[in-house]
Design a protein around this ligand. Structure first.
Ligand SMILES: *Cc1c(COP(=O)(O)O)cnc(C)c1O
Ligand code: SF4
Length: 324
């Protein structure tokens, strides 16, 4: 985490990027800081500003654009916050904002404007967050999210895990993490032991958007996670210039499956201020999904989903393959 690249000049120099974007990149970091793990940087092509991994982390001038419909709280999280970092939006599942920290800063992030200082389940809020879950027997599944729960140290996770173990009605534990993809070194022996010790069934939802993210060290980390008996799923975001083609998405699904991970959601972009240049409109998204469905087994086709504020679930769009 400490060795991550956090300044534009280091990023530009390391990848020998064309100089003209530098000033705009510096100014966009004022909106959302730059953060790229060294190992993730190593998977990018040099001298290519269009590299699909680089595009996910590179600050650009477009982030300053004010586009109608792109707002500060696009998914209604501020409205569904129960307090103490607990988001209780969907039946049976409570999501815990365990921390605001991530190993990487994704420019398209729907939480780039989230009020982490006011809404997190860390420190003084930890006991209160667990008490809220304890008080509601309808909660069968707790989702550790953030930020990224793997930004927490193993001792912090141990305390959280013990607290959850004491709540009988929680039978599933889910982790939403991108760290396994961008900083696989974090999947250390202590974390593997923590997973193996869980009383609940464990689901780990990783977040990879492009096949190039799944390097050999990432696949080894995923294999170690799988060996604990956890179910591994992937969620991706459909992003213009990153993975908005049937080829890119098919390669991602194939590589995920080879690494023991099932595709789960492909999210349409949440319409958050500063991210409009990543948007793929629904019609084009449906077309890409049709072509994907025509060439992959059904179980490798992710569900195209859109978060609708106030809805009882994420809305999944139907995909029909074209006639042959
Ligand atoms: C996405 C999300 C979930 C999980 O939804 P699933 O459809 O079960 O994956 C739970 N809580 C919140 C607040 C969410 O945003
Ligand atoms: S890892 Fe997830 S929460 Fe963190 S910046 Fe990326 S998309 Fe956002």
């Amino acid at each position: 985490m400490r060795e991550a690249v956090t300044d534009v000049d280091t990023l530009y120099d390391a990848l020998e990027l064309p100089a003209e974007g530098r000033a705009a990149a510096r100014s966009a970091t004022a909106l959302f800081g730059l953060r790229v793990p060294r190992g993730y940087l190593a998977r990018m092509r040099r001298r290519d500003p269009h590299d699909p991994l680089l595009r996910q982390v590179l600050p650009v001038a477009d982030e300053h654009a004010e586009v109608p419909g792109f707002d500060w709280d696009a998914v209604g999280d501020n409205a569904s916050a129960a307090g103490d970092g607990v988001l209780h939006k969907y039946h049976g599942r409570a999501l815990l904002i365990t921390t605001g920290a991530c190993a990487v800063h994704c420019r398209y992030c729907f939480r780039r404007h989230f009020d982490y200082a006011g809404q997190h389940a860390g420190g003084a809020h930890a006991d209160a967050a667990l008490a809220r879950i304890d008080a509601d027997p309808s909660i069968r599944e707790v989702i550790l999210s953030g930020g990224d729960p793997l930004s927490l140290s193993n001792p912090r996770l141990a305390a959280l895990g013990e607290g959850l173990d004491r709540i009988d009605h929680v039978s599933r534990l889910r982790l939403h993490t991108r760290t396994a993809i961008v900083l696989p070194e974090r999947i250390d022996a202590g974390f593997i032991d923590w997973l193996a010790a869980r009383r609940q069934q464990v689901v780990i939802v990783v977040h990879a958007n492009h096949a190039n993210e799944l390097s050999d060290d990432v696949c080894r980390a995923l294999a170690a996670l799988r060996a604990t008996g956890a179910t591994l799923l992937n969620q991706a975001v459909l992003l213009a210039g990153v993975n908005d083609s049937p080829d890119a998405l098919a390669a991602l699904s194939e590589k995920l499956f080879a690494a023991g991970v099932m595709p789960y959601y492909l999210h349409l972009l949440d319409r958050v201020a500063g991210t409009a240049h990543f948007e793929v409109d629904e019609r084009r998204a449906d077309g890409i999904m049709q072509q994907l469905a025509a060439r992959l087994p059904g179980y490798l086709v992710p569900r195209l989903a859109r978060e609708t504020p106030g809805a009882a679930a994420k809305s999944v769009r139907a995909t029909t393959a074209p006639g042959r």
